[in-house]
Design a binder for this molecule. Structure first.
Ligand SMILES: Nc1ncnc2c1ncn2[C@@H]1O[C@H](COP(=O)(O)OP(=O)(O)OP(=O)(O)O)[C@@H](O)[C@H]1O
Ligand SMILES: [Mg+2]
Length: 257
Protein backbone atom coordinates (compact mmCIF):
# COMPACT_ATOMS: atom_id res chain seq x y z
CA UNK A 1 0.00 0.00 0.00
CA UNK A 2 1.24 3.49 -0.85
CA UNK A 3 2.76 5.46 2.00
CA UNK A 4 0.29 8.26 2.71
CA UNK A 5 1.90 9.74 5.80
CA UNK A 6 2.01 13.52 5.76
CA UNK A 7 2.70 16.10 8.42
CA UNK A 8 -0.97 17.09 8.52
CA UNK A 9 -2.82 16.55 11.76
CA UNK A 10 -5.64 14.55 10.21
CA UNK A 11 -8.08 15.41 13.01
CA UNK A 12 -11.57 14.13 12.20
CA UNK A 13 -14.61 15.84 13.75
CA UNK A 14 -17.92 14.03 13.26
CA UNK A 15 -21.09 16.06 13.73
CA UNK A 16 -24.10 13.95 14.68
CA UNK A 17 -27.51 14.47 16.27
CA UNK A 18 -31.24 14.39 15.83
CA UNK A 19 -32.71 15.83 12.61
CA UNK A 20 -32.96 19.59 12.47
CA UNK A 21 -30.83 20.30 15.54
CA UNK A 22 -28.28 22.26 13.51
CA UNK A 23 -25.61 19.77 12.38
CA UNK A 24 -25.18 21.44 9.01
CA UNK A 25 -25.13 24.95 10.45
CA UNK A 26 -22.56 23.90 13.06
CA UNK A 27 -20.41 22.11 10.45
CA UNK A 28 -20.43 25.19 8.24
CA UNK A 29 -19.66 27.48 11.20
CA UNK A 30 -16.63 25.37 12.14
CA UNK A 31 -15.35 25.34 8.56
CA UNK A 32 -15.79 29.12 8.45
CA UNK A 33 -13.81 29.66 11.64
CA UNK A 34 -11.03 27.20 10.75
CA UNK A 35 -10.63 28.66 7.28
CA UNK A 36 -10.84 32.23 8.60
CA UNK A 37 -7.93 31.60 10.94
CA UNK A 38 -5.95 30.44 7.89
CA UNK A 39 -3.81 28.12 9.97
CA UNK A 40 -5.41 24.79 9.14
CA UNK A 41 -6.19 22.97 5.94
CA UNK A 42 -9.80 21.84 6.00
CA UNK A 43 -11.78 19.05 4.35
CA UNK A 44 -15.57 19.19 4.74
CA UNK A 45 -17.55 16.01 4.12
CA UNK A 46 -21.30 15.98 3.59
CA UNK A 47 -22.29 12.50 4.72
CA UNK A 48 -26.00 13.29 4.63
CA UNK A 49 -27.68 11.90 1.52
CA UNK A 50 -30.07 14.86 1.65
CA UNK A 51 -27.02 17.02 0.71
CA UNK A 52 -27.21 20.41 2.40
CA UNK A 53 -23.66 21.28 3.42
CA UNK A 54 -22.64 22.54 -0.06
CA UNK A 55 -25.28 25.26 0.10
CA UNK A 56 -24.25 26.23 3.65
CA UNK A 57 -20.67 26.54 2.36
CA UNK A 58 -21.61 28.36 -0.84
CA UNK A 59 -20.37 25.55 -3.12
CA UNK A 60 -22.17 24.20 -6.17
CA UNK A 61 -22.77 20.43 -6.16
CA UNK A 62 -21.28 18.22 -8.83
CA UNK A 63 -19.89 14.70 -8.42
CA UNK A 64 -20.46 12.54 -5.37
CA UNK A 65 -18.80 9.46 -3.89
CA UNK A 66 -22.15 7.69 -4.48
CA UNK A 67 -21.71 8.30 -8.19
CA UNK A 68 -18.22 6.79 -8.17
CA UNK A 69 -19.67 3.85 -6.29
CA UNK A 70 -22.41 3.32 -8.90
CA UNK A 71 -19.90 3.60 -11.73
CA UNK A 72 -17.55 0.99 -10.34
CA UNK A 73 -20.40 -1.37 -9.45
CA UNK A 74 -21.90 -1.14 -12.93
CA UNK A 75 -18.72 -1.06 -14.97
CA UNK A 76 -15.84 -3.48 -14.29
CA UNK A 77 -13.52 -1.38 -16.48
CA UNK A 78 -14.18 1.68 -14.33
CA UNK A 79 -13.45 -0.40 -11.25
CA UNK A 80 -10.13 -1.62 -12.64
CA UNK A 81 -9.25 1.94 -13.53
CA UNK A 82 -10.06 3.12 -9.98
CA UNK A 83 -8.08 0.29 -8.41
CA UNK A 84 -5.08 0.86 -10.65
CA UNK A 85 -4.68 4.44 -9.45
CA UNK A 86 -4.42 5.08 -5.75
CA UNK A 87 -8.01 5.31 -4.46
CA UNK A 88 -7.17 8.67 -2.89
CA UNK A 89 -6.62 10.03 -6.41
CA UNK A 90 -10.02 8.62 -7.41
CA UNK A 91 -11.56 10.51 -4.50
CA UNK A 92 -9.92 13.69 -5.67
CA UNK A 93 -11.93 13.51 -8.88
CA UNK A 94 -15.01 14.42 -6.87
CA UNK A 95 -13.51 17.01 -4.54
CA UNK A 96 -15.12 20.43 -4.72
CA UNK A 97 -12.90 23.44 -4.13
CA UNK A 98 -14.40 26.01 -1.79
CA UNK A 99 -13.02 29.28 -0.45
CA UNK A 100 -10.06 27.94 1.52
CA UNK A 101 -11.38 24.40 2.01
CA UNK A 102 -12.26 21.27 0.01
CA UNK A 103 -15.62 19.54 0.09
CA UNK A 104 -16.49 15.90 -0.53
CA UNK A 105 -20.09 14.76 -0.99
CA UNK A 106 -21.10 11.23 -0.10
CA UNK A 107 -24.31 11.45 -2.11
CA UNK A 108 -27.16 9.05 -1.72
CA UNK A 109 -26.96 6.07 0.60
CA UNK A 110 -25.94 2.56 -0.29
CA UNK A 111 -28.47 0.76 -2.44
CA UNK A 112 -29.57 -2.86 -2.05
CA UNK A 113 -27.07 -5.65 -2.51
CA UNK A 114 -23.73 -6.33 -0.92
CA UNK A 115 -20.88 -4.36 -2.36
CA UNK A 116 -18.72 -4.56 0.70
CA UNK A 117 -15.43 -4.50 -1.17
CA UNK A 118 -16.43 -1.35 -3.06
CA UNK A 119 -17.62 0.30 0.15
CA UNK A 120 -14.41 -0.70 1.92
CA UNK A 121 -12.37 0.73 -0.93
CA UNK A 122 -14.24 4.04 -0.82
CA UNK A 123 -13.99 4.25 2.97
CA UNK A 124 -10.28 3.59 2.76
CA UNK A 125 -10.04 6.35 0.14
CA UNK A 126 -11.79 8.87 2.37
CA UNK A 127 -9.68 7.86 5.35
CA UNK A 128 -6.42 8.37 3.47
CA UNK A 129 -7.68 11.61 1.93
CA UNK A 130 -8.55 13.01 5.36
CA UNK A 131 -4.93 12.49 6.45
CA UNK A 132 -3.91 15.12 3.91
CA UNK A 133 -5.76 17.81 5.86
CA UNK A 134 -5.32 19.25 9.32
CA UNK A 135 -9.01 19.00 10.08
CA UNK A 136 -11.88 17.06 8.49
CA UNK A 137 -15.42 18.06 9.46
CA UNK A 138 -18.06 15.41 8.72
CA UNK A 139 -21.66 16.62 8.62
CA UNK A 140 -23.56 13.46 9.48
CA UNK A 141 -26.90 11.96 8.69
CA UNK A 142 -29.70 12.64 11.20
CA UNK A 143 -30.38 10.13 13.95
CA UNK A 144 -28.49 7.59 15.97
CA UNK A 145 -27.44 5.13 13.25
CA UNK A 146 -23.90 3.92 12.89
CA UNK A 147 -21.79 7.00 12.40
CA UNK A 148 -18.81 5.42 10.72
CA UNK A 149 -20.64 3.07 8.38
CA UNK A 150 -19.96 4.97 5.18
CA UNK A 151 -17.35 7.48 6.09
CA UNK A 152 -14.41 7.10 8.41
CA UNK A 153 -13.16 4.39 10.75
CA UNK A 154 -11.62 6.89 13.15
CA UNK A 155 -13.28 9.86 14.84
CA UNK A 156 -11.14 12.13 16.98
CA UNK A 157 -13.96 14.35 18.16
CA UNK A 158 -17.55 13.15 18.18
CA UNK A 159 -19.95 16.08 18.50
CA UNK A 160 -23.50 15.28 19.40
CA UNK A 161 -25.61 18.29 18.53
CA UNK A 162 -28.78 18.86 20.46
CA UNK A 163 -31.23 21.69 20.62
CA UNK A 164 -32.99 22.36 23.90
CA UNK A 165 -35.67 19.67 23.40
CA UNK A 166 -35.68 16.51 25.50
CA UNK A 167 -35.98 14.33 22.38
CA UNK A 168 -32.81 15.75 20.91
CA UNK A 169 -30.99 15.15 24.22
CA UNK A 170 -32.28 11.56 24.17
CA UNK A 171 -30.96 11.05 20.63
CA UNK A 172 -27.56 12.36 21.74
CA UNK A 173 -27.62 9.82 24.57
CA UNK A 174 -28.38 7.03 22.07
CA UNK A 175 -25.57 8.13 19.77
CA UNK A 176 -23.09 8.02 22.62
CA UNK A 177 -24.24 4.48 23.50
CA UNK A 178 -23.86 3.33 19.89
CA UNK A 179 -20.42 4.91 19.63
CA UNK A 180 -19.33 3.31 22.90
CA UNK A 181 -20.47 -0.14 21.80
CA UNK A 182 -19.08 -0.05 18.27
CA UNK A 183 -15.93 -2.16 18.27
CA UNK A 184 -15.00 -0.98 14.74
CA UNK A 185 -14.91 2.68 15.73
CA UNK A 186 -11.74 4.34 16.93
CA UNK A 187 -13.07 7.18 19.07
CA UNK A 188 -11.25 10.08 20.71
CA UNK A 189 -13.25 12.58 22.73
CA UNK A 190 -16.99 13.02 22.63
CA UNK A 191 -19.32 15.70 23.87
CA UNK A 192 -22.48 17.70 23.40
CA UNK A 193 -22.94 20.91 21.49
CA UNK A 194 -26.13 22.58 22.61
CA UNK A 195 -27.57 24.68 19.81
CA UNK A 196 -30.30 27.35 19.52
CA UNK A 197 -29.79 28.24 23.16
CA UNK A 198 -31.87 31.03 24.69
CA UNK A 199 -30.60 31.02 28.28
CA UNK A 200 -31.34 28.33 30.91
CA UNK A 201 -27.72 27.06 30.82
CA UNK A 202 -28.03 25.64 34.33
CA UNK A 203 -30.87 23.29 33.37
CA UNK A 204 -29.09 22.30 30.16
CA UNK A 205 -25.96 21.50 32.14
CA UNK A 206 -28.04 19.25 34.42
CA UNK A 207 -29.55 17.45 31.40
CA UNK A 208 -26.06 16.85 29.97
CA UNK A 209 -24.75 15.59 33.30
CA UNK A 210 -27.60 13.12 33.58
CA UNK A 211 -26.44 11.63 30.25
CA UNK A 212 -22.87 11.60 31.52
CA UNK A 213 -21.84 13.93 28.69
CA UNK A 214 -19.37 16.76 28.64
CA UNK A 215 -20.60 20.00 27.04
CA UNK A 216 -18.18 21.20 24.35
CA UNK A 217 -20.13 24.40 23.92
CA UNK A 218 -23.36 26.34 23.56
CA UNK A 219 -24.41 27.98 20.29
CA UNK A 220 -26.99 30.71 20.82
CA UNK A 221 -30.16 31.02 18.82
CA UNK A 222 -28.81 33.53 16.32
CA UNK A 223 -31.00 36.04 14.46
CA UNK A 224 -28.38 36.24 11.71
CA UNK A 225 -28.63 32.48 11.06
CA UNK A 226 -32.42 32.80 10.84
CA UNK A 227 -32.16 35.75 8.44
CA UNK A 228 -29.55 34.05 6.23
CA UNK A 229 -31.62 30.88 6.15
CA UNK A 230 -34.72 32.85 5.17
CA UNK A 231 -32.86 34.63 2.38
CA UNK A 232 -31.14 31.42 1.22
CA UNK A 233 -27.65 32.76 1.87
CA UNK A 234 -24.74 30.50 2.86
CA UNK A 235 -23.89 30.20 6.55
CA UNK A 236 -20.21 30.62 5.67
CA UNK A 237 -20.91 34.24 4.69
CA UNK A 238 -22.28 35.19 8.14
CA UNK A 239 -20.67 38.30 9.64
CA UNK A 240 -17.74 37.24 11.88
CA UNK A 241 -19.28 39.12 14.78
CA UNK A 242 -22.43 36.93 14.72
CA UNK A 243 -23.03 35.28 18.10
CA UNK A 244 -23.05 31.79 16.51
CA UNK A 245 -19.66 32.40 14.86
CA UNK A 246 -18.11 33.57 18.13
CA UNK A 247 -19.58 30.52 19.85
CA UNK A 248 -18.06 28.23 17.19
CA UNK A 249 -14.67 29.86 17.82
CA UNK A 250 -14.96 29.11 21.53
CA UNK A 251 -16.09 25.57 20.81
CA UNK A 252 -13.06 24.86 18.63
CA UNK A 253 -10.77 26.33 21.29
CA UNK A 254 -12.37 24.06 23.87
CA UNK A 255 -11.51 20.97 21.81
CA UNK A 256 -7.98 22.23 21.17
CA UNK A 257 -8.28 23.41 17.55
N1 LIG B 1 -27.90 28.73 16.15
C1 LIG B 1 -28.98 28.83 15.37
N2 LIG B 1 -29.75 29.93 15.42
C2 LIG B 1 -30.86 30.03 14.65
N3 LIG B 1 -31.27 29.10 13.78
C3 LIG B 1 -30.54 27.97 13.68
C4 LIG B 1 -29.35 27.79 14.46
N4 LIG B 1 -28.83 26.58 14.14
C5 LIG B 1 -29.63 26.04 13.21
N5 LIG B 1 -30.66 26.87 12.93
C6 LIG B 1 -31.76 26.61 11.96
O1 LIG B 1 -32.33 25.34 12.27
C7 LIG B 1 -32.70 24.66 11.09
C8 LIG B 1 -32.02 23.31 11.05
O2 LIG B 1 -30.60 23.51 10.95
P1 LIG B 1 -29.69 22.48 10.15
O3 LIG B 1 -30.19 22.29 8.76
O4 LIG B 1 -28.29 22.89 10.35
O5 LIG B 1 -30.00 21.15 10.99
P2 LIG B 1 -29.51 19.68 10.69
O6 LIG B 1 -29.33 19.02 11.99
O7 LIG B 1 -28.38 19.70 9.74
O8 LIG B 1 -30.81 19.10 9.94
P3 LIG B 1 -30.91 17.72 9.14
O9 LIG B 1 -31.06 16.68 10.19
O10 LIG B 1 -32.15 17.90 8.33
O11 LIG B 1 -29.67 17.58 8.33
C9 LIG B 1 -32.32 25.57 9.93
O12 LIG B 1 -33.46 26.29 9.55
C10 LIG B 1 -31.27 26.49 10.53
O13 LIG B 1 -31.20 27.74 9.89
MG1 LIG C 1 -28.09 18.76 7.88
Amino acid sequence: MENTSTNKKGTVIAVTGKGGTGKTVLSALMVKVLVGEGKQSVLAIDADSAVSLPHALGVEVKRTVGQIRDEVINDPAARKELESRHIREGMKSCLHRGAGFDLLLMGRGEGPGCFCSVNDLLRYGIDTLSKEYDVTVVDGEAGPEQINRRVVPKIDVLMMVTDTSSRAFRTAGLIQEIAKNDPALELGKKGLVINKVKGREGELQDAASSLGLEIFGYIPDDENVTAYDFRGEPVIDLPPSSPSVTAAENLLKKIGL
